[in-house]
Design a binder for this molecule. Structure first.
Ligand SMILES: Cc1ncc(COP(=O)(O)O)c(C=O)c1O
Length: 368
């Protein structure tokens, strides 16, 4: 959820909201500009439609999805939904997902007819032994920056995960949802690069530009990519082309890289401000996942009531999300009280203020 914003993002009348995505900064504005570009493109398209002969000029530019000689990557919005349908059609009954995880996508998986097997995550990431015991042959995993805990899948676990996939003739769906934002660590190599025959890499511009664009991609093993194309050809009449053109131009012209460089600096400064303020105002909390992404996972001091903290923070004017709902029913009761704080959409000043109010909410909660 995004906060309502004052023009400079610092107005005192608006409650700080820790959101899940980009906010009122150049990232968001860039996506609005992209949207404006799309408007222009649409207008251009109307002109083109009015002059059919000119369509021949634009057609060769259209993305390669569906071409016989297309490379084994697929520029594919809706790739995740199509993949789920393919898995089910291919006889898969179960899909393993991390516990905790991003729950927004779970209903889509269940609707595709897959039973979800929740696999615990520890300080090394996904528990591969538990995965193997669970019986699924496909797993959705966030190895570079586990959502929401921020854990990086360890080298030993990465090797074990690949070995598991080979052993069960399985498939790993690698969700690299915030790959663009790495601050104090080297980029973690993709699992897909380790075993391109066993891993489908999924990414999107949701964190880097705007979730509203609904643009993403899948890098899939050639046979899976071909089946995905075939599936798409009979289940929908194609993804929006103009948005893909706008993104292609943004990439080609270097605008996307420039945007990412700017946003990395900006988000790093926000991350630094929030982490320092949490250290000052919530010294007993344990902050995880700081080195990448645009959210922090904050374990509250032991004994702290998560729901009560969320409610107190809201009364103080700070909207925060509790983490318990991200766990399976089975593990939620034992889960540590924690918050997920998205910091991309707030200025440093407002982040510091929000952390201060949050600290008071926790302290007053502890005082009873
Ligand atoms: C774990 C995780 N995966 C993927 C996504 C991206 O989803 P989409 O590309 O459908 O917007 C998000 C976005 O919030 C996320 O948190």
């Amino acid at each position: 959820m995004y906060s309502p914003k004052s023009p400079d993002g610092d107005g005192p009348d608006v409650a700080p909201v820790f959101g899940a995505g980009p906010g009122d900064d150049p990232g968001y504005l860039a996506s609005l500009r992209t949207a404006t570009e799309l408007g222009r493109l649409r207008a251009m398209m109307l002109v083109l439609l009015a002059a059919p002969v000119l369509i021949l000029v634009i057609m060769p530019l259209i993305v390669q999805d569906g071409r016989e000689d297309a490379p084994p990557w697929l520029y594919a919005p809706l790739a995740a939904a199509a993949l789920l349908a393919l898995l089910r059609a291919g006889g898969h009954r179960e899909l393993a997902v991390e516990d905790p995880t991003s729950v927004r996508q779970l209903p889509m998986m269940e609707t595709a007819g897959l039973r979800l097997v929740r696999v615990p995550v520890d300080e090394e990431g996904l528990d591969v032994a538990a995965l193997a015991a669970g019986g699924a042959r496909t797993v959705l995993v966030t190895p570079a920056h586990q959502y929401p805990t921020g854990v990086v899948l360890s080298a030993a676990r990465r090797a074990a995960l690949i070995a598991w996939a080979r052993d069960v003739d399985g498939l790993i769906l690698e969700d690299d949802y915030d790959a663009e934002f790495r601050y104090d660590r080297d980029p973690v190599g993709c699992l897909q690069g380790v075993d391109p025959d066993r891993v489908v890499l999924l990414g999107s511009v949701s964190k880097s530009l705007a979730p509203a664009l609904r643009l993403g991609w899948a890098v899939a093993p050639p046979s899976t990519a071909a089946r995905l194309r075939d599936h798409r050809a009979v289940t929908d009449l194609g993804a929006p082309i103009l948005e893909q053109h706008a993104l292609t131009e943004f990439l080609r012209g270097g605008g996307y890289d420039r945007h990412l460089r700017t946003m990395r600096r900006r988000y790093r400064a926000r991350r630094d401000a929030l982490a320092a303020a949490l250290d000052a105002h919530l010294p007993d909390a344990r902050v995880h996942g700081v080195s990448a992404g645009i959210h922090l996972y904050v374990e509250l001091p032991p004994g702290c009531d998560e729901d009560e903290t969320v409610a107190r923070a809201a009364r103080a004017g700070v909207a925060v999300t509790g983490a318990r709902s991200l766990w399976s029913a089975e593990r939620a009761a034992a889960a540590p009280p924690a918050l997920v704080l998205g910091y991309a959409g707030l200025s440093e000043t407002r982040l510091v203020k929000a952390a201060e109010l949050l600290g008071q909410a926790v302290t007053h909660g502890a005082d009873g």
